[in-house]
Design a protein around this ligand. Structure first.
Ligand SMILES: *Cc1c(COP(=O)(O)O)cnc(C)c1O
Length: 402
């Protein structure tokens, strides 16, 4: 595509200044096109994307099967409400259920909505026995709507928005004793991310999720896993809990769920899902045919191209690149945390400067939790792309003075 077909980034930035609420910090670049792990701006510059779509584009930009499915669907039915049956929604629900503990699906459009649904379902399920409380983990992230925000145990996201939804108790992550102490006979559910994403790519010890499963079962609480970021292949399995021999009662997924098209899902074990009766919860756009066709195409792509295995190999390539970097710059690299295509490089310095330097070198990475470089690369990124980007990152880090 010709760069001249687009107006300049500066013109778009001006327009945002006048008409778009400035609740995001944005880089001064307007992106216009993407293909795999490459993305182009309005000026025609090409960037290597180690963070495509904030983790939503798990197959990279514009994966061909997803593009084809959406193109076909949009000429057949764009939207019909959930007062009708739709083939694509049923088939996508079956595909997910067969890959995750036989759960039944409620579809929505985002991670926060999926978590709202999970919280509401757990409350309704616990209603008769007086269980309404939730235990969530410090450093967790569950979204910006009110219940999801109340579940998010990070004061910086609460400031100014109080009062929050009552009933949430926060405990340290990766600490089973703290959960055991906080559980009581009014606890509806324990809700955590299997790996904390926004909180800095925090991978818990191997006993944490199995321990939570056991505690919840013994004490009569539900286990809700927020797999909004870890779900649909991110950790080298369809869902991160499958790295352990457990299953949750309720699971939420969004970001990568539909190959980059907006979609969210809450899945629940059938006996729990059964308490949601017609009229108790709803989403107008949830489970629409476009999102479901996109999701099915994403599942098909991951399966046919063996991308779960590929994702594990990608993670190991990043790990070995970063191990070499740690050997060279031990004073800069505090920790390397990798599971599949979820990669954290914990630095001893502020990561936002590193992100800005990488952007100048046309490498897109993310900083989270102050000092962690977070990468959520596509499952199908090439080895040469990994090496090229890691070389840029290493070069940038070599310039950092400690
Ligand atoms: C991104 C994220 C959310 C929120 O998803 P939205 O689609 O932005 O509402 C919730 N939980 C986790 C773990 C996330 O990473």
């Amino acid at each position: 595509m010709d760069a001249a077909a687009h107006r300049s980034s500066a013109e778009t930035i001006d327009q945002f200044g006048k008409y778009v609420i400035p609740n995001y910090r944005r880089y001064p670049v307007c992106l216009v096109r993407g293909e795999g792990s490459w993305v182009w701006d309005a000026e025609g510059h090409r960037y290597l994307d180690f963070f495509p779509g904030w983790g939503c584009n798990i197959l990279g930009h514009c994966p061909p099967r997803v593009v084809a499915a959406v193109r076909e669907q949009i000429g057949q039915l764009i939207h019909v409400p959930n007062t009708w049956y739709m083939e694509a929604q049923g088939t996508f629900a079956q595909a997910l259920s067969e890959r995750a503990f036989g759960g039944q699906c409620f579809f929505c459009n985002s991670g926060a909505e999926a978590n709202e649904a999970a919280i509401k379902l757990a409350r309704v399920y616990g209603h008769a026995s007086g269980r309404y409380k939730f235990i969530t983990a410090e450093g967790g992230f569950h979204g910006r709507t009110y219940a999801a925000l109340s579940a998010t145990a990070q004061p910086k996201y609460h400031a100014g928005f109080e009062p929050l939804v009552p009933g949430f108790t926060y405990v340290p992550y990766n600490d089973l004793d703290a959960v055991a102490a906080a559980l009581d006979d009014q606890t509806a559910a324990v809700m955590v991310e299997p790996i904390q994403g926004e909180g800095g790519v925090n991978i818990p010890g191997p006993d944490y999720l199995p321990g939570l499963r056991k505690l919840c079962t013994e004490r009569g609480a539900l286990l809700i896993l927020d797999e909004v970021q870890t779900g649909l292949g991110r950790t080298g399995k369809w869902f991160a809990y499958q790295n352990y021999e457990i299953a949750p009662d309720i699971l939420t997924c969004a970001k990568a769920l539909a190959g980059g098209v907006a979609a969210g899902v809450m899945m629940a074990a059938p006996e729990i899902a059964a308490v949601f009766k017609p009229g108790m919860h709803a989403s107008t756009f949830g489970g629409n045919p476009i999102a479901c066709r996109a999701g099915l195409a994403a599942v098909e792509t991951i399966e046919q191209d063996h991308l779960l295995e590929r994702g594990r190999a990608v993670g190991e390539r990043f790990r070995s690149q970063f191990e070499a970097l740690r050997a060279e710059l031990p004073q800069l690299v505090r920790d390397i945390r990798v599971q599949g295509v979820m990669v954290g490089l914990d630095l001893t310095v502020d990561a936002s400067d590193v992100v800005a330097q990488c952007l100048e070198r046309r490498l897109l990475v993310n900083a989270t939790h102050g000092h962690v470089i977070r990468l959520l690369p596509a499952l199908n990124i090439g080895d040469e792309q990994i090496d090229e980007g890691c070389a840029i990152l290493a070069d940038v880090l070599r310039q950092v003075v400690v």
